[in-house]
Design a protein around this ligand. Structure first.
Ligand code: CTP
Ligand code: CA
Length: 226
């Protein structure tokens, strides 16, 4: 009985998830990126599928197998991720932005490999688009969930990002916690909703965290419908 309920919790829902880092090229052999493994987003995709959702996973460069039954789209840059996400936004019910999107990219990209020369070298960087902010600004029926990794003042930054980006919920990962965050299999987090729900989750596996997030999301969605 319980099993059956679980498997249909997100039945008929279209869930769009982003995962992993983005990679911003400076020349054919060099780029800027971050240590995101994509594990959190892939765990969310796997769990959403288990709960009966139709899942699309927009993945940055990661080395993880595609969860069974999940529709996967690979991207490299923040701009490519933006295009793929926006193209599917109108048609999505739940959007979860767990990707670690680069905030900046090199202003100039070289076709040829740069050669070294004596002295320092300066790279001028420009801002990428904030995908989540654009999704918040254009939000219609979608339930929009953001992620953030912080070392301090989690609730404070969480409140700020929730409001500024017009989110329904945000998962704040505490990366100061031992064993948590980038590249680990576990996260310690605080979950905040726009309705003022505050949940502190202890260190747990990304699979368990994904299950908790989706369980709460389905509860919130039912609450909004009624
Ligand atoms: N995000 C995004 N596009 C960007 C930067 C961030 O979609 N160019 C999304 C991330 O996927 C995440 C959320 O915004 O869901 C929060 O990312 P975070 O880096 O914590 O927030 P920023 O707004 O970039 O602020 P800062 O890095 O200065 O803390
Ligand atoms: Ca950022």
């Amino acid at each position: 009985e319980q099993q059956y309920a679980q498997k249909t919790l997100l039945k008929g829902k279209k869930v769009l998830i982003t995962a992993g880092p983005t990679r911003e090229k400076i020349d054919p052999v060099r780029y800027f990126t971050n240590p995101s493994s994509g594990k959190m987003g892939f765990a969310l995709a796997r769990q959403a599928k288990v709960l009966g959702a139709e899942v699309t996973l927009i993945a940055g460069p990661v080395s993880l197998p595609t969860p069974q039954g999940v529709d996967r789209v690979d991207v490299t840059t923040a701009e490519e991720m933006y295009e793929q996400v926006l193209a599917r936004y109108k048609d999505s019910d739940i959007v979860i932005k767990s990707a670690a999107v680069a905030d900046y990219r090199p202003k100039q990209v070289f076709d040829k490999k740069m050669k070294k020369s004596p002295g320092d070298y300066t790279v001028e960087m420009e801002r990428t688009r904030d995908i989540l902010q654009e999704l918040g600004d254009r939000k219609e029926h979608q339930y929009l969930i953001g992620f953030a990794a912080e070392t301090n003042d989690l609730e404070h930054y969480g409140e700020q990002k929730l409001t500024k980006k017009n989110l329904d919920a945000i998962v704040m990962n505490n990366i100061a916690e031992q064993g948590a965050g980038f590249n680990y299999d576990t996260n310690a987090s605080i979950y905040l909703t726009k309705h003022g729900k505050r949940i502190h989750w202890p260190l747990m596996s990304k699979d368990d965290l994904a299950a908790n997030i989706l369980q709460l999301t389905s509860t919130e969605l039912v609450g909004e419908d009624s």
